[in-house]
Design a protein around this ligand. Sequence first.
Ligand SMILES: [Zn+2]
Length: 251
Amino acid sequence: MDYFKVSPRLEKYLRVIEEETGLPVKILQSPDLGITGARAAFNYHPDYTVVVLNSSEPRLNVDLERSVAHEATHGYILHKLGYCRAVFTEKTSDDIKRKANVLFSMVEDLAVNRIIRENGFPPFGSEYLPMLKKEIEVAEAGETEGENFYRQFTSDLEFEDIIMVSRYILAWGFLRYYSLPLEIRFIIQKFLEVYSKAYPHHYPHAARVKEIILRNDVFTAPGECQAMQEIMKLWGFAGMVKTVSTKYNSY
Ligand SMILES: [Zn+2]
């Protein structure tokens, strides 16, 4: 890594993940992660925990460090805890794969962010709250303005809906499952409120996902696997996406 120096704290955390999973952690760089604006990604591999950093996005070291911890923890929950990942049929299009993967990340992130937080890393990066404030602003301007804002990440309407739902669930998860300072809770609460009023075409989807998450304990592998199966059905992806655990019986 030429632009990013792994701190002793991160080094120690990654060593624990390697010991627990029995798989080496590899940190790679790429100028394009496949989703506009994505800064880091976890790539599934049976023999490694692969973290890819976006080399074309300059970031603060503290955010890079959190990102590496975050992405490596996706590996930990799959390889060690037996969380389900998406496995596709031969006929599954790249489009469906991309959408399913974002839906899986959305739910996994609730667990991942809690684990990194317990290990001394911030649950979100320094980019999160400024972005959320911007998202409050566009939601207050109305649904069309909001959709135009999220369109910077994709021109596909279904993918745009999935991104919007995942933004709601991420924020809702922080409020429900994390203890955060009051002024931060206030901003998140505000986002959830304006979102539920501004987006009649998206909020009902977010509400259904929320209901599925509340019925299944996504902080455990069996709960996450069941929730993902239901979320795949919700988007009509069930026939093309299997939810497979490395430890438990597949669904
Ligand atoms: Zn993630």
